[in-house]
Ligand binder design. Structure first.
Ligand SMILES: CCCCCCCC/C=C\CCCCCCCC(=O)SCCNC(=O)CCNC(=O)[C@H](O)C(C)(C)COP(=O)(O)O
Ligand SMILES: Nc1ncnc2c1ncn2[C@@H]1O[C@H](COP(=O)(O)O)[C@@H](OP(=O)(O)O)[C@H]1O
Length: 370
């Protein structure tokens, strides 16, 4: 018997593909910058599976409770399948083995590159401006590279020493200390590359990053598109099961809004220094100083108390009674980051391969949820 696909499932299964197409079209018109090292990317998206797990499980605990063992097993199974796929695809979980996305990258000709110096500037010894995309990242990578090379300095030739002195001067921005050697920048790049690749198997982007190298050249499936597709489909997929309860709970404690309104009004109508009328002395018609002091101290204290009530009410409403709000906010944040990735980062094919790899598994998991 053919199963009917609901409107919600159409939304669930089409959100990421449609956003990718939409972002791709926007990329022809928009020319925007996105900060790879911004707090949103570093603390949220790059730790996305953690946030998704916490919010997803918290919602499940709050709406389903801990008693219904049957439904627990199913959710746990889906979570384990998705987590395992995320781990195999993006993380080096088996010591020495690269994750799938890095295997694809190296098989298609990508490698960890150490083109530190600009090979075209033979006399001037300039840093290669294409070595990492921002000055900060370049400096950080040079510092990492410097530390690695320092540990390898018992090299038979003195080329490493030479490379070190050059990198050190770039790191400390002290060009005067540069030693003159008999090598060209291109030769020194090749040499650094050779000793590092000889010293260590650099088969994953993580290892490459830890050495300060640049992961370029192959087909690099987008890790962000992969992870965000998996996370959004997990959160929205599980929302199918808890959605009705969550919706009912949202409207059940409507009284909260009345309470919030009352506290806000209280803050707005508190008497400030200007609103206070001081009692005047009948002798010299001067205002009472105690009234002024009271006016200075009382309103801030009362506002602080009202703010405390408001925050407590909101925290209870959102975190305890309606964690679905957190889930929706998280999906909104993932969607935004997904859109930015489609506009700014990777080629269309790399975005598509990231999407397809996550989408197929998540679709198999959520097509037959009941
Ligand atoms: C609302 C608060 C209430 C709290 C109540 C808690 C109750 C919840 C009950 C259970 C909690 C669940 C336990 C959570 C365990 C989570 C385990 C983890 O997943 S930890 C690991 C997290 N790691 C990540 O998220 C990394 C994700 N990033 C990546 O995979 C990569 O950076 C990338 C693929 C995005 C990019 O790779 P790149 O090489 O291209 O840079
Ligand atoms: N939406 C986004 N916002 C900021 N940076 C993003 C991004 N999407 C991708 N990136 C960055 O682009 C690079 C490739 O991403 P990915 O392969 O995961 O899709 C990564 O750089 P870094 O790995 O140097 O931090 C990542 O941080």
């Amino acid at each position: 018997m053919r199963r009917k696909i609901s409107g919600y499932q159409i939304f669930l299964f089409s959100l990421c593909p449609v956003t990718l197409v939409f972002g791709h079209i926007l990329s022809y018109w928009l020319n925007i910058d996105a900060d790879k090292d911004g707090w949103f990317n570093v603390y949220f998206v790059k730790r996305g599976w953690f946030w998704t797990s916490v919010v997803g499980w918290w919602c499940f605990i709050r709406y389903r409770g801990l008693q219904q063992v049957g439904s627990w097993k199913k959710v746990l199974l889906r979570y384990v399948v998705l987590t395992a796929w995320w781990l195999f695809f993006t993380q080096s979980i088996i010591s020495g083995a690269a994750p799938i996305m890095d295997i694809v990258f190296t098989l298609t000709g990508g490698r960890c590159n150490f083109d530190v110096f600009d090979p075209n500037e033979i006399l001037q010894w300039k840093l290669n401006e294409k070595f990492h995309d921002t000055v900060n990242r370049r400096q950080r990578s040079l510092a990492k590279l410097y530390n690695v090379l320092k540990d390898l300095k018992d090299d038979p030739t003195n080329m490493v020493k030479h490379a070190l002195s050059r990198i050190e001067s770039w790191v400390s921005e002290n060009k005067d200390q540069l030693m003159e050697g008999n090598y060209t920048p291109g030769q020194l790049n090749e040499y650094i590359d050779e000793i590092l690749h000889r010293w260590r198997k650099i088969n994953s982007s993580n290892i490459c990053q830890s050495l300060g190298g640049q992961w370029i050249g192959g087909h690099d499936p987008s890790g962000h598109i992969f992870l965000i597709t998996l996370m959004s489909m997990f959160l929205l997929g599980e929302l199918q099961a808890i959605g009705k309860r969550a919706w009912r709970a949202l409207w059940k404690d409507k009284a909260v809004f009345e309470e919030l309104r009352a506290h806000c009004i209280k803050i707005l109508t508190l008497k400030t220094l200007w609103g206070i009328r001081t009692r005047r002395s009948p002798v010299n018609n001067v205002g009472d100083v105690r009234d002024v002091l009271r006016a200075l101290v009382k309103p801030p204290l009362e506002s602080a108390r009202e703010v405390y009530y408001i925050v407590t009410l909101l925290v209870k409403y959102v975190f305890w009674n309606n964690p679905v709000i957190l889930l929706v906010v998280l999906v909104g944040m993932w969607w935004w980051s997904f859109l930015i990735t489609t506009i700014v980062f990777h080629t269309l094919w790399e975005q598509l391969s990231g999407l397809i790899c996550a989408y197929i598994v998540a679709t198999l998991v959520y097509l037959n949820i009941n």
